[in-house]
Design a protein around this ligand. Structure first.
Ligand code: PEP
Ligand code: MG
Length: 324
């Protein structure tokens, strides 16, 4: 199987019905970078910057971070890398930060909420990213934004950081795009302006699913209770696809489900044409995409929904067995 995937590594991911699906990888550590070449990933759709903070005993310094991010960009060889700003709290606790005692950490003070309330670290990180990317493109994404104003406030921090670099006479990135994760159901119902103001959106399926079904992603008893291919969840995702299409906002999906071939296929069938996953999943996902007809899969999904199916999985599996 590994050889089979190696043989399609450089093949463009175009489905049998002619749809182009972009496959990116998730990363966070320097050790992940060689996979960018080995896996055939078109870029890094999610660079989890918190991992660099989690493996240290103390808060990294700005220059250290800037050097690190520059190395990531060097290693990317011009492929797009989406840096997600620090996503801490909930399941990710920094050893050198006072843990806060919260009854529901997943619903608590985490990610961009921390970044906006105590902006010191966010500012330092934005500056490090701006310096690392001088003269080349920079993509930044904020985690766990739940409403338009949070995105605006985070973007204002970015604008301030840019102004500061300019004042200091530092060279800026060639261009900067600022996007957000969509991890809370609330954003699917955000004002139209939200979709116009963000440069791109990436659905964080892990968190989104946990909040959609109110089922803790860390709790073994409930973690797998609700299928990602549940018709309600797919209908919800379609709504996000639709709103992004209306506003012309680039959309991708970067939760673990993007790396599961059947899930990836269904996501592509409902219009998610950019997926970011663990590097080893790219081969298997591409293998299935190359021989699939998304229009047919979409029909199967619609039909299962018309039949009141709770999940489209059985119907899709049956279709795939039939398709050979
Ligand atoms: C997600 O929530 O789907 C996601 C990609 O982010 P993380 O798994 O790091 O929370
Ligand atoms: Mg998340």
């Amino acid at each position: 199987a590994l050889e089979r995937y190696a043989s399609i590594r450089d093949t463009e991911c175009v489905t049998a019905c002619g749809a182009r699906v972009n496959l990116h990888m998730n990363a966070g550590l320097m050790a992940d970078l060689p996979s960018l070449d080995n896996s055939g990933a078109e870029g890094v759709g999610l660079f989890r910057t918190e991992l660099q903070f989690l493996i240290r005993n103390q808060m990294p310094k700005r220059n250290e971070l800037a050097a690190l991010y520059a190395r990531v960009l060097d290693a990317s060889g011009g492929k797009r890398v989406v840096f997600r700003t620090l996503d801490i709290g909930s399941d990710k606790v920094l050893p050198y930060m006072k843990p806060n005692d919260e009854p529901n950490p997943a619903l608590g003070w985490r990610a961009i909420r921390v970044g906006l309330d105590k902006p010191g670290v966010l500012r330092m990180q934005l500056q490090a990213l701006l310096r690392a990317a001088k003269g080349r493109p920079l993509s930044i994404m904020f985690p766990f934004v739940a409403q338009l104003d949070e995105f605006r406030a985070a973007r204002a921090e970015m604008d301030k950081a840019i102004a500061r670099e300019t004042r200091l006479g530092h060279q800026l990135p060639e261009r900067i795009e600022v996007g957000t994760m969509l991890e809370t159901p609330s954003l699917a119902y955000a004002p139209d302006g939200f979709f116009r103001e963000v440069d791109f959106i990436s659905i964080g399926g892990n968190d989104l699913k946990q909040f959609f079904f109110a089922a803790d992603r860390e709790n073994e008893r409930v973690r797998r209770r609700y299928d990602t291919l549940n018709t309600s969840f797919l209908t919800f995702l379609e709504r996000v696809v639709m709103r992004c299409e209306e506003a012309g906002t680039p959309l991708s999906f970067c939760g673990e489900d993007a790396g599961r071939p059947i899930e990836a296929l269904c996501l592509a069938a409902i219009g998610l044409r950019s997926l970011s996953m663990r590097a080893p999943s790219i081969g298997p996902v591409k293998h299935l995409m190359l021989r699939s007809n998304l229009d047919e899969v979409r029909e199967v999904i619609l039909e299962a929904r018309a039949q009141d199916a709770q999940s489209v999985r059985p119907a899709v599996m049956e279709y795939l067995r039939g398709a050979g």
